[in-house]
Design a protein around this ligand. Structure first.
Ligand code: HEC
Length: 310
C-alpha cells in the first residue's frame, strides 16, 4: 500500500513527464551564461600556450613522439591538438562554477570549494598538508597564504610566487581570453578571463561571481566567512568568487616515475595529466566540514578513491 503523499508525488511527476509545460522550462531551452551573454563557441577558442610542457614526462617537447601517437594528423596539427587538449583538461571549467556555487549554498553547508582552496588557520587542510589530508594536488609556483589578501576580498588564498621558472599563468590573460561578461562582472568586479584565475589547487579555477554586485560586496565579510557559521551557512551568502572545476581536479596526479620530493610542493615535471586522483579523499573534499561526521561513519565508509592504509 503506497501512502497518499507518495501517490500524489508520483502523479505529479508523471504528469510533468507527459506535459512539461508548467513544470519549469523545457529541456534544451535553457541557455547557459555564455549564451545569455551572446558568446558563441568560436569566441572561446582553446589556449595554445604550452604552459604544462614539463608535465607528462615532457612529451610535448618531442613533437615526433606526439605525431607518431596521432598518425592521422600532421606533426604540427598533432602537437597543437595535444597542447590545446591538455590545456582544456587542466584549466577549462566550462561554466560549471555556477553549479559548484549553487551547491555551496544548497548542500546544508557541506561543500564550499572557496574554503577548500583557502589556507585559513581554521581549515583542517591548508597548502602545507592538502595532499596528505585531501589527496588534492597543490599547484606548483604557489606559496601558502599567511594572512588575508586585500587584493582577493580578504580571502586567505595561496599566492603565486613569480620566478623565471614560474612565469605568469597565460590562461589568466583577459585580453587573449576575455571572460563572459554578465551580472556584476565588468561593473564592480573585473570580468577576467574565461579560464578564470589559478587557485593554488590543480583543477580548481577562480571566477568572478556575477552575483557579487555592490550590495553583496557591502555585505561581504571575509572574517565571518571563515569563522561564523551563522554567516557562512546562510544560503543567500554571495561569495566574491565562484570556483570552477576542470577534469584535472580528479585526473592529475604525481608522476609514478618522477614523483615530487615534497608531495605538498610538486613541480610541473612531477605531475601527470592522467590518471590521477588515486589519493583523492572524496568525503573530505565534498564535505569540507566533516568534523562530527567522521566520528559517526564506520572506517570502511570513509574511503578514498582506492583504499590504502593511513
Ligand atoms: C569529480 C572527479 C572527476 C572529474 C572532475 C572528472 N573525472 Fe573523469 N573520472 C573520475 C573517476 C573517479 C573515474 C574512474 C571511474 C571508474 O573507474 O569507475 C573517471 C574516469 C574517467 C575516464 C575513463 C578512464 C578510463 O581509463 O577508463 C575518462 C575518459 C574520464 N574520466 C574523462 C573525464 C573528463 C573528460 C573530465 C572533464 C570534462 C573528467 N573526467 C572529469 C573522476 C572525475
Amino acid at each position: 500500500m503506497i501512502d497518499r503523499p507518495l501517490r500524489i508525488g508520483i502523479a505529479v511527476l508523471f504528469s510533468c513527464a507527459l506535459n512539461t509545460a508548467g513544470c519549469g522550462p523545457q529541456s534544451g531551452t535553457v541557455l547557459d551564461e555564455a549564451m545569455r551573454a551572446g558568446r558563441t563557441a568560436d569566441s572561446l577558442p582553446a589556449a595554445d600556450e604550452d604552459y604544462f610542457r614539463d608535465m607528462d614526462r615532457g612529451l610535448s617537447k618531442d613533437p615526433r613522439a606526439v605525431g607518431a601517437a596521432l598518425p592521422f594528423l600532421s606533426e604540427a596539427d598533432a602537437i597543437a591538438a595535444f597542447v590545446k587538449g591538455r590545456n582544456n583538461w587542466i584549466v577549462w571549467t566550462g561554466g560549471n562554477d555556477r553549479l559548484w556555487d549553487y551547491l555551496a549554498n544548497h548542500s546544508f553547508g557541506s561543500l564550499d570549494f572557496l574554503k577548500t582552496l583557502s589556507s585559513h588557520p581554521t581549515q583542517r587542510a591548508k597548502r602545507q598538508n592538502r595532499w596528505y589530508e585531501l589527496g588534492l594536488v597543490n599547484e606548483p609556483c604557489f606559496e601558502q597564504a599567511t594572512g588575508p589578501n586585500p587584493d582577493r576580498y580578504g580571502l586567505w588564498l595561496d599566492r603565486r610566487i613569480p620566478t623565471p621558472e614560474c612565469p605568469p599563468d597565460p590562461f589568466e590573460n583577459a585580453n587573449r581570453y576575455p571572460g563572459v561578461q554578465i551580472g556584476a562582472r565588468g561593473k564592480n568586479i573585473p570580468v577576467g578571463s574565461y579560464y578564470g584565475e589559478a587557485s593554488g589547487i590543480v583543477g580548481l579555477r577562480l571566477l568572478p561571481n556575477p552575483d557579487f554586485d555592490q550590495r553583496a560586496q557591502a555585505r561581504w565579510d571575509p572574517v565571518r566567512f571563515y569563522e561564523d557559521p551563522t554567516y557562512y551557512q546562510d544560503r543567500d551568502l554571495v561569495r566574491p568568487y565562484r570556483v570552477g572545476m576542470s577534469c584535472a581536479f580528479c585526473h592529475v596526479g604525481p608522476s609514478p616515475i618522477n614523483p615530487p620530493a615534497d608531495y605538498e610542493n610538486p613541480r610541473w615535471e612531477n605531475l601527470n595529466s592522467n590518471p590521477g586522483a588515486q589519493y583523492f579523499w572524496w568525503d573530505r573534499i565534498f564535505f569540507w566540514d566533516d568534523r562530527g561526521r567522521e566520528r559517526k561513519l564506520p572506517a570502511c565508509r570513509r574511503g578514498r578513491s582506492h583504499s590504502q592504509p593511513r
